[in-house]
Design a binder for this molecule. Structure first.
Ligand SMILES: *Cc1c(COP(=O)(O)O)cnc(C)c1O
Length: 365
């Protein structure tokens, strides 16, 4: 048996008539940019997250970039995030002229630890970007408390956590602005790049909408210098169809995670933990093993595809050698990077496939 890490074709086959019609509608209309599909998506995605507003963007990276600019973060400011995220989370801090700083993670959740955050705050700290890694939220209660006490903006990086819950509340409803990615492989993915910012602050929403499209409002009047960060109508049309299926697909991921949890019995590996505070939507199902590279090679020989998210913590990337971090600066993130292995995970994965993957892992010693 050959088990892919992710097979998007299975999802497409299950919704093909709806998707094909939605795309054909856009082509028929010849309205490709800033049209009714985007408006519909912004309304329904804000509603899904429990926020008042949303601003579509052309990627999760652009969404994070706009969020920092809308909050006035720039030169001379520091922004604290996690070292074990996708590179973009730190990159956007640099893009606005601010300095990325890091706080280590809670090794059980793989997400930012509020006590570590507190220790890293300086006079220059302006904002914090907790990352809801793998589909599980950070412990937002204590993080919001620290941020409030220190007067920091909180931007949630919810790029991996569409539909995740923290104490019954949706990921994306805590930060002053929260950002999602619609990269095809995410829990809610477009047919190309896409992203979105959500907020309940009308002034910030207005600012985001200006930044997204050349600071223009109304036409030919440019109020601020902005960007072309727009989400196109074909992507919005695809996302409008797929948003209606998201909860069902997240439930499928959770069911698959439960089956892995039952079947995996190798003492060499540790299973991911769903924290008591929330609902994990398993964008990634990451196990840990001290023999990670050998385990990955072993299952690859048995035609099981795996991944590592992420093998090099951001503070050790050569792009950030100038920040002065060393090996040992963030031990929990560094240990995780050496041990994590992401197993095949998507809603349409079959019981047979999960059984096959688990069996291959259980045979490893
Ligand atoms: C995917 C991702 C991003 C970037 O989103 P893009 O749409 O690829 O630009 C940022 N942060 C995290 C945690 C992500 O997983």
């Amino acid at each position: 048996m050959n088990v892919p890490f992710l097979d998007l074709k299975r999802q497409y086959r299950s919704i093909k008539p709806e998707i094909d019609k939605a795309i054909a509608d856009v082509v028929e209309s010849q309205l490709f940019v800033m049209g009714p599909k985007l408006e519909e998506l912004e309304k329904s995605f804000a509603n899904y997250c429990g926020t008042k507003h949303a601003t579509g963007a052309n990627s999760g990276t652009s969404a994070l970039h706009m969020a920092l600019l809308a909050l006035g973060v720039g030169e001379g400011d520091e922004v604290i995030t996690c070292p074990n995220s996708f590179f973009a989370t730190a990159e956007v801090i640099t893009a606005v002229g601010a300095r990325p700083a890091f706080a280590d993670i809670n090794p059980e959740s793989f997400c930012m630890d509020a006590d570590e955050l507190r220790k890293k705050i300086t006079q220059k700290t302006k904002a914090v970007i907790p990352v809801h890694l793998y589909g599980q939220t950070a412990d937002m209660g204590p993080i919001m408390e620290v941020a409030e006490e220190k007067g920091l903006h909180v931007i949630e990086d919810a790029c991996q956590a569409h539909g995740a819950l923290y104490n019954g509340r949706k990921a994306g409803s805590f930060g002053i602005i929260s950002c999602f990615s619609f990269y095809p492989g995410k829990n809610l993915g477009a047919y190309g790049d896409g992203g979105i910012c959500v907020t309940s602050d009308p002034q910030l929403d207005e600012k985001l909408k200006l930044l997204r499209s050349h600071g223009e409002s109304p036409k030919h009047t440019h109020r601020i210098p902005g960007f072309n960060f727009r989400l196109d109508e074909i992507q919005a049309a695809v996302l409008n169809v797929k948003l209606k299926h998201l909860d069902k697909w997240n439930d499928g991921r959770r069911k698959n995670a439960r089956l892995y949890n039952e079947l995996l019995k190798n003492p060499e590996i540790r299973l991911p933990k769903e924290m008591s505070y929330g609902k994990h939507v398993y964008h990634i199902y990451a196990v840990r093993s001290r023999k990670r590279d050998m385990l990955a090679a072993y299952v690859k020989e048995r035609s099981v595809a795996t991944g590592v998210h992420y093998p090099t913590p951001i503070h050790l990337q050569s792009a950030y050698s100038g920040l002065g971090c060393k090996e040992g600066s963030f031990p929990e993130s560094e240990n995780a990077a050496k041990e994590i292995l992401s197993l095949p995970m998507f809603a349409e994965l079959t019981e047979e496939e999960i059984g096959y993957v688990s069996d291959a892992i259980n045979r490893f010693s």
